[in-house]
Design a protein. Structure first.
Lengths: 318, 318
DNA sequence: CCCGGCCACAACCAACGGTTGTGTCCCTAG
DNA sequence: CTAGGGACACAACCGTTGGTTGTGGCCGGG
């Protein structure tokens, strides 16, 4: 199916005459006739009843019309999503089910008129490059890597600390605990496939391991979170970390347990990063929304690496 | 833009390699390469970074991908809307802003998983023909025309009486009234352009006129409800009737008044019509929903033509 | 009764989109 | 270091699609 054909159908339905639609589309009447005939052949139904005074929609045509309009709107949105200048606000998140996604959903609920696109970049380095180049407008990340401060033209503000939780199967030794301390985790095998060395999230777990003497294995290929949860559920000796705000869609009955970690509570600090000179109007709206809704992060009793935290106070918004 | 191209883009993005996408789509790798190149040329952005080990999405590609998926879903829905057998439930309503539309919105809220298509047919005659032929599954209508009973294979049940209200401009003689009696309307000019003789809705107003001695003018071409409201707002001597549940979207400040009519209250009786043998599963759901939510229509103090009311009690649902 | 408006059909032609064949790049294995 | 293989791009070729022009049929109005 061709969108030009759908456009032709909508134009003909609105005009009520093929000729007029043809004039609008700058083609001949015959072309419109052929396009409609082809569409009717593809769909297997008659869309118009031809009369000597024009063409009017059949019942099938009436049913098809709103779907055709929606199709064209979707096409427009798709094109707009990559249009240079005045495109939807484009935001990078760590992963599709973490805390940043929740913040973006909340923002979307508060401002449903603002078009959003969410992308997931590889690491902070590429995110910063994309923010600087203007390819994305903002990024939710831990702000830096050890020894690599943010460039001057990138601003950041800490928006959310996401507590880490332990995820275990029902047969795991800690499965029955209401909560566990970091010290209790020493000696247990924690499996996090897909942890790529050199990224800021790998650095976060490196620091966590170094600080508290944990055992984190990043071995094996990452077959996705479904496969990971599958293995965790079935393997008593394995557990994994998961963001406390991650939404897990998992069939009931597998007995997966989410257990808060305390003493201290490791948190993954999400900051919003953006370019100092980014003119996108929705960016200011997003920052205002985050400033208004961000729960004050209480540092007492939590742990995060120093380098991962945005310390700079952004200038007050204009 | 061609939907095959979009499909190719999605397949390539999912596969991560043009070759694999080509195999899925049963074309050659070169064809996929050309399609993607054409799409990138059309959009003016690069969607993939080609590597010796495949192709991965650029940031623009990532932003475009969900829109592309939505585009394909919209196309599927559009095709499904006219697919013979197992298509969305197709319901005819009197007009897009009347009581029946409200009922369908309520049904959609209660059963968001059921796909619906709403069409508007010309009159009860065509609606009955469409219901009998299976072109539509149900119709909200006053059930008949004077002297023309429903065929045996069409069942009906009264679902909602929509009270008529008077619509006037701010300078109309009745503009200040909290309510008006039918007797008070005698002598006032009531304008209803677009009332086509021979339809069941025209017959309804004919009966209203005959019973209470009103003056209804159907003169002049119908330029749509916007133009009608415009004229009503500006003409002190004119008023019109409007369904009491009609949603009027009208800029504030024009001072249009909606005035209930009493003694008796004229109501437009909407019944659901459907074919005895229609097997669409959602039709039973719709009937159950209407039976559960329909407010009992209190006949006391209301008026409607005899012929317009469904008297038959439908058999209990299986 | 003829004219005019509108749509469908036929013939023709250009351009698009697919295939085959080939080149280049890079990673990996030996 | 080299050879091989996997992956994508480019070029040439060709059939089909989709456009145009020309024409005919149908129906309503003057």
């Amino acid at each position: 199916m061709d969108l030009d054909t759908v456009r032709t159908f909508v134009a003909a339905a609105d005009a009520g005459r093929f000729q007029e639609a043809a004039a609008e589309l700058a083609v001949t009447q015959q072309a419109v006739s052929k396009r409609i005939a082809a569409l009717e052949r593809d769909l297997g139904v008659r869309l118009f009843t031809r009369t000597p005074r024009g063409a009017e929609l059949t019942i099938d045509g009436q049913a098809f019309l709103p779907h055709a309009r929606e199709l064209l709107r979707a096409a427009d949105r798709a094109v707009a999503s990559v249009r240079a200048g005045r495109r939807p606000l484009r935001v990078d998140v760590l992963n599709s089910r973490g805390a940043a996604s929740g913040l973006m959903r909340s923002f979307h609920r508060a401002h449903p008129d603002i078009d959003l696109d969410v992308v997931m970049l590889f690491d902070i380095e590429r995110a910063v490059a994309a923010v600087r180049s203007g390819a994305i407008d903002a990024s939710f990340r831990a702000v830096a890597m050890p020894g690599r401060p943010l460039p001057d033209d990138i601003e950041s503000v800490r928006v959310l600390d996401e507590p880490l939780q332990l995820l275990t199967g029902p047969a795991h030794a800690l499965a029955g605990a209401r909560s566990v301390t970091v010290a209790q985790l020493a000696g247990h095998r924690i499996w996090m496939p897909g942890l790529v060395p050199g990224t800021e999230w790998a650095a976060y777990y490196d620091d966590l391991v170094a600080e508290f003497g944990l055992t984190i294995e990043a071995t094996g290929p990452n077959f996705g979170s479904d496969a990971l949860l599958d293995t965790i559920a079935d393997t008593p000796a394995l557990a994994t970390f998961m963001g406390g705000q991650t939404r897990v869609v998992w069939p009931a009955g597998h007995g997966l347990r989410r257990i808060p970690v305390t003493d201290p509570m490791p948190v993954y600090p999400h900051s919003l990063l953006w370019h100092r000179d980014n003119p996108h109007p929705a960016l200011a709206t997003l920052r205002a929304h985050l400033a208004a809704t961000a729960a004050g992060h209480d540092a007492a009793g939590t742990w995060a690496p120093d380098w991962a935290i945005s310390r700079r106070t952004p200038p007050p918004r204009a």
